[in-house]
Ligand binder design. Sequence first.
Ligand SMILES: CC(C)(COP(=O)(O)OP(=O)(O)OC[C@H]1O[C@@H](n2cnc3c(N)ncnc32)[C@H](O)[C@@H]1OP(=O)(O)O)[C@@H](O)C(=O)NCCC(=O)NCCS
Length: 331
Amino acid sequence: MSSPQPRSRILGTGSYAPARVVHNTDLEKIVDTSDSWISERTGIRRRHIAAEGELTSDLAAAAGRSALDAAGLSAADLDMIIVGTISGDTPMPSCAVYVQQKLGAQEIPAFDISAACAGFVYGLTIADQFIANGVARHVLVIGVELLSRILNWKDRTTCVLFGDGAGAVVLGPASGDGRGIISTRIFSDGTLANSLVIPGGGTAEPLTPEGIEQSRNKVHMVGQDIFKVAVKNLSSASLIALDTAGMAAGDLDWVVAHQANLRIISQVAARLSLPLERFVLNIEEYGNTSSASIPIALDEAVRDGRIKSGQNVLFCALGAGISWGASVIRM
Ligand SMILES: CC(C)(COP(=O)(O)OP(=O)(O)OC[C@H]1O[C@@H](n2cnc3c(N)ncnc32)[C@H](O)[C@@H]1OP(=O)(O)O)[C@@H](O)C(=O)NCCC(=O)NCCS
C-alpha cells in the first residue's frame, strides 16, 4: 500500500529546559521516596525545574525561537501559533498569546490546546489541517509545561514523576518529495477523566482556603489506571496511524513516544514488535514533561544526528482526559 502524500512538513525543531536540575536524591529529602524506587519504576533520574519568576510562556518562547532559527524563519513569517499546555501563565488568556507577544509575531491566531500530555500531537494534527486547506503556511506548534508549580510536593505518587520544559516545531507546506506528516490521529475517552485531574480551581470547584489546604488545585493521579490504558491505547493509536500511512512498524526508523514511564514505553515497544533501541529516550534526564516531552526528545535527536532527513518517525502520546494520539512523519 502506498503512503498518502503529506500536506505539511516539519521545517525546524527547537526546545528549552530550565537550568536547574533536581536529582532523585534531592527528592529523598522532601518526600518518603528513594532514588532506586523512582529510577526502577519509571526510568527517571533527574528533571529540570523552572526558576522562580520563569514563566511557562518564557519556556515556550525560547523553544519557539529555537525552532524558528532552525527553520530559517522569523516570527514575522508565522501564520498561527498553537500551544499545547495545561499549565499556562494564567487561566485566561491563553499561553499562546503571551508567546505571540514575546516572539513579536503579527496579528495571527494564537491559541492553546488542552489535551495534557497529548497536547503536542493534538497541536500538530490541527496545524496540519490548517496548512492542508491553505489557510496557514507556517504554523508554530509548541508543547510546554511548568508542572512544578501545580504539583503537590507532599504527594510522592506524583511529585517525583514530572518536570518542566518546552519543545517546538515549525510546520510548513510539504514540498512534494514525500517528506512530511503522512498520517496523524487523535482520540479521547472522557470516562477516565477523573484518573488524572486537577479537581479544584475550575467552575466545578472554585478554590476555597480549605481546597488550597487540601491541594485540590494540584495534580491528582491514579497511576495504575493510567498505566494500563497507556500501554493499550498508545499501541493501538500507533497501529492505526501506521495503517493510515500505509506502513508497518518495521518501516519505522525511530519512535518518539511520550516520556511518562520507561516501563510503558518498553511495553509499547513489545506490542509493536520493535526493539527499544528504535525509541528516542530521554526520560532519565527530564522526567515527564507532558506535552513538551515529544518535541524535546525530537529536537535532541534531530540536533545530535540520530534522526535524519528522509527517515520515518512515529510520535505517540497519552495523557489526562484521557486524550491520546499518534502521528507518522517522514522527516
Ligand atoms: C505512577 C507509577 C510510576 C507508579 O508505579 P506502580 O508500579 O504502578 O506503583 P504503585 O502505584 O502500584 O505503587 C507501588 C508502591 O509504591 C509506593 N509508592 C508510590 N510512589 C512512590 C514513591 N515516589 N516512592 C516510593 N514509593 C512509592 C506506593 O505507595 C505503593 O506502596 P504499597 O505497595 O505499600 O501500597 C505508574 O503507575 C505510572 O507510571 N503510571 C502512569 C503514569 C502516567 O503515564 N501518567 C500520566 C500520563 S502523562
